[in-house]
Design a protein around this ligand. Structure first.
Ligand code: ADP
Length: 604
């Protein structure tokens, strides 16, 4: 937690100064109660003489009090009691003004810390999400991550960051007020202290379970967000299968569980204030009784007005103590959220660059797989001893039943995952030795579902290229057969395409993503079933665009429809993680093996 506060140190300094000032002004403004009471009740008939400030006959405190009385009685004898009262009240108002101004200032300087810390944490999570390898997210659900980013960060904001305020302000107030109490009467103060451990113990008993309970509540919040996320993505199916009731009751289960958990957390939290209030008042009453008895029996070390001042100061100390105990509840809640956030922030990124990675400007020769094995989780081998060479300029097609390991194979080239054993080299350099930037700059991807962002068409095409000009984007769109339909849109290239491009048809989305790949102009092109989800007509248009794109590049194409890869230089047939056949279309047909079987099935 401290590391998040560090950048805002200077604000903390100001907060300390302003809080000290506020405490001092408070002490002196209330000290004026004593002369006010004395004047009102005509208690004090001592005649004061002025003691010079530099004389050594008395302690500073005594000199201060004596001389203050001297000024007051002197003033009273000249201007009368009523006037003196007015002046004292005016001074008290002025002191209070200073005090509250400092108080405001001390809270105000905390605001940039609070908002800053929250923003920093959000940014860190986001940057971490971007940095983590794709493999991380198949384990942690999206809704869970969103929950951590929203709910838990919010929790930190309300609990920990608002407690920073308390943690700075209250110790200062408590120390100063306590010092003041000691100065008034150390005997009474000592008597009071006896109660503090009792109070602390009682508060601790209540606060103990809070952290665990709020952790459980936040976990349920994660599940809630996961369901919302799932529902938004699956609305079409939910409606088609008339599953609204079922989903609703599933959601009800989780929200109800969360409600119950939150009830417990909130009840415990709600106890903090009343309990400390009750204990505080009890403490004051006991002191009142004790001190009052002393004064009544005239064995008291202080007079009645000073005793009332003592009581007022003690009451002032109760509030920071109360806030303090509230913070001791809030902080564990916030720490519980912090733990959940740290799961993401401290997640290990296993796709690391080596120290001093190599860079390559261009792809010159070949990509080579040697005895590559891979498994997602140690249980099942997804790729078994794959050997493969992809020469520059060639088009390699990968075919096979679904689940054969085709996507996994191509994911290894840009290091979305690392091979479990064996090596993958580009121009003789193993991919883990290349910088991720130079490795991934070599490749352009077109996937089965075009991945687009909620932005304009222009920005979606220019996504991977900094400072792309309008001409370049239009040029790319033309090659991708996309220019025409874009121009038919009302706002042309400035049309916003909605979430994931939902305002476009499947074929249009695909052509935008092809235009994006064309603009990036990578030497290696990876097509993952780029036309699989399209109807015949849009497939023809998209395929035409792809052919243009592939003609000048090295292409690795995963294909479902064999008709689209007839002209490939080599076809790799995969089954269950193995390459079972390879060769050109005709050769493979002549082999009369697995490829032939696939081909015949599709011909039907
Ligand atoms: P294809 O692209 O040929 O359809 P994939 O490469 O997607 O096949 O998947 C190969 C195998 O790996 C399948 O059995 C699939 O269940 C498994 N698999 C794919 N992705 C993951 C993942 N993220 N975690 C665990 N297993 C996976």
């Amino acid at each position: 937690m401290l590391k998040y506060v560090k950048p805002y140190k200077r604000f903390l300094g100001w907060s300390v100064i302003l809080n000290i000032l506020s405490a001092v002004f408070n002490i002196f403004s209330f000290a004026l109660i004593v002369p006010i009471l004395q004047i009102l009740f005509k208690i004090n008939d001592t005649v004061y003489g002025f003691i010079p400030w530099y004389s050594a006959v008395a302690r500073f405190k005594d000199k201060l009090i004596n001389n203050a009385y001297w000024y007051v009685t002197d003033f009273m004898s000249v201007h009368g009691g009523s006037m003196t009262l007015l002046i004292i009240c005016a001074v008290m108002v002025f002191m209070t003004l200073l005090k509250t101004a400092c108080y405001f200032g001390s809270s105000a300087v905390m605001i940039p810390i609070r908002t800053g810390v929250v923003k920093d944490i959000r940014m860190q999570i986001y940057n971490k999400i971007i940095a983590l390898p794709i493999g991380f997210f198949s384990q942690e659900r999206k809704g869970d991550i969103i929950a951590r980013m929203t709910g838990d960060v919010q929790e930190i904001e309300t609990s920990i960051t608002s407690s920073i305020d308390v943690l700075i302000k209250d110790p200062i107030l408590i120390i100063f007020y306590f010092g003041c109490l000691l100065a008034i009467s150390w005997q009474l103060t000592l008597f009071t202290i006896l109660f503090v451990p009792v109070m602390g113990w009682l508060m601790g008993v209540i606060g103990k379970q809070l952290k665990r309970k709020s952790l459980e509540a936040q976990t349920l919040w994660s599940d809630t967000m996961a369901q919302v996320e799932e529902t938004l993505g699956g609305l079409r199916i939910i409606k088609a299968f008339i599953a609204e009731k079922k989903m609703s009751s599933r959601f009800n289960d989780i929200t109800e569980a969360m409600r119950k958990k939150n009830n417990k957390v909130a009840t415990r939290q709600a106890m903090a204030h009343p309990v400390s209030e009750f204990l505080g008042t009890m403490m004051i009453m006991i002191v009142l009784w004790f001190g009052g008895s002393l004064i009544l029996s005239s064995r008291s070390p202080i007079d009645a007005p000073t005793f009332i001042y003592f009581m007022v100061m003690m009451y002032s100390i109760i509030n920071p103590l109360k806030e303090f105990s509230k913070a001791s509840y809030n902080i564990p809640k916030g720490l519980a959220s912090m733990e959940r956030i740290n799961v993401i922030l401290e997640a290990e990124n296993n796709i690391k660059e080596i120290d001093a990675p190599k860079t390559i400007e261009d792809f010159k020769d070949r990509i080579k797989f040697e005895n590559v094995c891979f498994s997602y989780n140690d249980s099942k081998q997804v790729l078994k001893n794959v050997n493969l060479e992809i020469e520059k300029g060639k088009t390699i097609a990968i075919v096979g039943a679904s689940g054969a390991g085709k996507s996994t194979l191509v994911d290894l080239i840009p290091r979305f995952y690392d091979a479990t054993s064996g090596s993958i080299t580009i121009d003789g350099i193993p991919v883990p030795e290349l910088s991720l930037k130079s490795l991934r700059s070599l490749m352009g991807n077109v996937n089965q579902d075009a991945i687009l962002f909620n932005d304009t068409i222009f920005n979606n095409i220019a996504f991977g290229v900094a400072n792309a000009t309008k001409e370049q984007v239009i040029e790319a769109a033309k090659i991708a057969n996309a220019h025409e339909f874009i121009m038919e849109k009302e706002e042309g290239y400035d049309t916003n395409i909605g979430d994931r491009g939902c305002k476009l048809s499947g074929g249009q989305r695909q052509r935008i993503s092809i235009a994006r790949a064309i603009l990036k102009n990578p030497p290696i092109l990876i097509l993952d079933e780029a036309t699989a989800s399209l109807d015949t007509e849009s497939e023809r248009i998209v395929q035409e665009a792809l052919d243009r794109l592939m003609s000048t590049r090295t292409t690795i194409a995963i294909a479902h429809r064999l008709s689209t890869i007839k002209n490939a230089d080599e076809i790799i047939v995969m089954n269950d993680g193995n390459i079972v056949e390879r060769g050109k279309h005709e050769e493979l047909l002549a082999l009369n093996g697995y490829y032939r079987k696939l081909n015949d099935m599709q011909a039907l």
